[in-house]
Design a protein around this ligand. Structure first.
Ligand SMILES: *Cc1c(COP(=O)(O)O)cnc(C)c1O
Length: 464
């Protein structure tokens, strides 16, 4: 098509004036709509189709689609069917309805964040959680910061700046995302003293390291790995006794931490925060958005004077949490007062507690409808699989589950299908294994929404 023919393209004003453009203008405003139409016209001029030119309606439709794509949030909800319940890259815990409501209310209005409603005087933002955390963990005092990495950082800095922190070689963990214990220690201004060996550390190793330079003993939960075989570690109670003898504090980083006995929900038993406090740790740190099932946060509980020192550390201001998260945390923690209904109310726990037969029934129920929605070359079957808890919590405890398993005659077709699922209005994320796509149904709660969404595959909406 030559230059002269392109003159027949409608002008920006013609497209803006087309009746079909009215809803685009209403939705996105004149400025964005004009820019989008200009961009479409420029694209057509750059690579014109061989035969016909689009009319004003067609250009308005193209601009509208481009604007929809531009406005779609990268943080829109998706279906996490990876089989990892607490998936760090997919935002970890899903919050309880009570937490969502509390956070929303705090967002909409002013709240007494640092204001004491009883006296009318200034209050402290930690007061909203302090009593609750003490009640749930048995600790004397508590504070909260941005995440558990921050909790470890500020606790190390407060207890040990310019001094030594003694830690077993078997616990010098990397959590991922550049959280490596030796690096955090360096940034906290603490000198690392490694003791023992990778597989075995004894009480005498800790005792031999004690000296005037030692600021604290550190115990770290080996969240995402296990050392098995010929091993020895010093338990929390024995380590607390050594710390007490030496007159130095013991910091126990539990990582995920849990406030409830998970074996009641069919999971492996993990020591609770209360148990770590009872063992005699002076400070215990744990995450808000791992097994606890709340928003991102880091809790520090323990002895009053040490919590006081942490709160006076200028880092605290840089690491504190805002009213939205405090409101969500308070509502989440309150659910733990009623352990019997916890799995009903806390989505994370509810999903972890789902049993395989229930998930299998769901897979069989969905199979036909899913098959109907698939491209011709994709086959689906229901298969048993194993889910993971995720976020380094209980790394060896996989949960029996059920999945829809998708295969294609050629790998390229499967790749295109996986991409099409990601491009759906509500993206569907699974995991690839042995040349097949597995959608583990453990975290699928809204079947109707899932099927509705999948119907977009057939309409070509999701095909990229
Ligand atoms: C996960 C984890 C952290 C980091 O916690 P975040 O809440 O992700 O910042 C620190 N220590 C241990 C042992 C962990 O498992």
């Amino acid at each position: 098509m030559d230059k002269a023919a392109l003159r027949a393209l409608p002008s920006v004003d013609r497209v803006l004036g087309a009746p079909s453009c009215a809803p685009v203008l209403r939705r996105f405003g004149r400025s964005e709509a004009t820019a989008a139409i200009r961009a479409e016209l420029a694209a057509i001029r750059a690579t014109p189709a061989a035969t016909s030119l689009p009319d004003a309606d067609a250009i308005a439709a193209r601009a509208s689609a481009a604007l929809e794509a531009r406005h779609r949030s990268g943080l829109r909800p998706l279906f996490n069917l990876t089989g990892t319940v607490l998936h760090t890259n997919l935002g970890r815990a899903i919050l309880a309805e009570a937490a969502v409501e509390a956070a929303t209310a705090a967002m909409r209005d002013a709240v007494a964040l640092e204001f004491d409603l009883a006296t009318g005087k200034r209050g402290e933002r930690d007061d909203h959680l302090r009593a609750l955390l003490c009640e749930l963990t048995g600790a004397e005092d508590a504070t909260v910061v941005n995440n558990n990495a921050a909790a470890v950082l500020i606790a190390l800095n407060t207890l040990g700046e310019g001094r030594q922190a003694v830690v077993s070689r078997g616990e010098l963990i990397e959590i991922g995302g550049a959280f490596r214990m030796p690096d955090i220690m360096a940034r906290a201004g603490v000198r690392l003293v490694e003791i023992g060996t990778t597989n075995r550390t004894h009480p005498r190793d800790y005792r031999a390291a004690l000296g005037p330079e030692v600021g604290l003993l550190l115990k770290v939960h080996t969240s995402n790995y296990r050392i098995e075989g010929f091993t020895a570690e010093v338990g929390g109670a024995a380590l607390a006794a050594i710390a007490r003898e030496a007159g130095v504090p013991l910091l126990n980083d539990l990582g995920s931490g849990t406030l409830t006995d998970l074996s009641h929900h069919g999971l492996q038993r993990e020591p609770t925060v209360r148990e770590a406090v009872e063992e005699g740790a002076d400070l215990v740190t744990f995450s808000g958005d791992k097994l606890l099932g709340g928003p991102q946060a880091g809790f520090i509980v323990g002895r009053r004077e040490l919590i006081g020192a942490i709160n006076r550390n200028p880092m605290k201001r840089a690491l504190r949490v805002d009213k939205i998260r405090l409101a969500a945390l308070e509502a989440t923690l309150k659910l733990y007062r009623d352990p019997d209904r916890l799995a009903e109310r806390l989505p994370t726990l509810g999903l972890l507690a789902r049993r395989a037969p229930e998930i299998e029934a769901q897979a069989r129920r969905l199979l036909d409808a899913v098959e109907q929605a698939l491209p011709a070359d994709i086959a689906v079957e229901a298969v048993p699989c194993r889910s993971q808890i995720g976020s380094g919590a209980l790394p060896l405890d996989t949960l029996p589950s059920f999945a829809l398993r998708f295969t294609a005659p050629r790998g390229r077709d499967l790749e295109a299908f996986v991409a099409a699922l990601r491009a759906l209005p509500r993206p569907v994320i699974g995991r690839l294994r042995d040349g097949a796509l597995l959608l583990d149904l453990r975290c699928l709660t809204d079947e109707a929404a899932f099927l509705d969404n999948l119907a977009a595959l057939a309409s070509g909406h999701g095909i990229v």
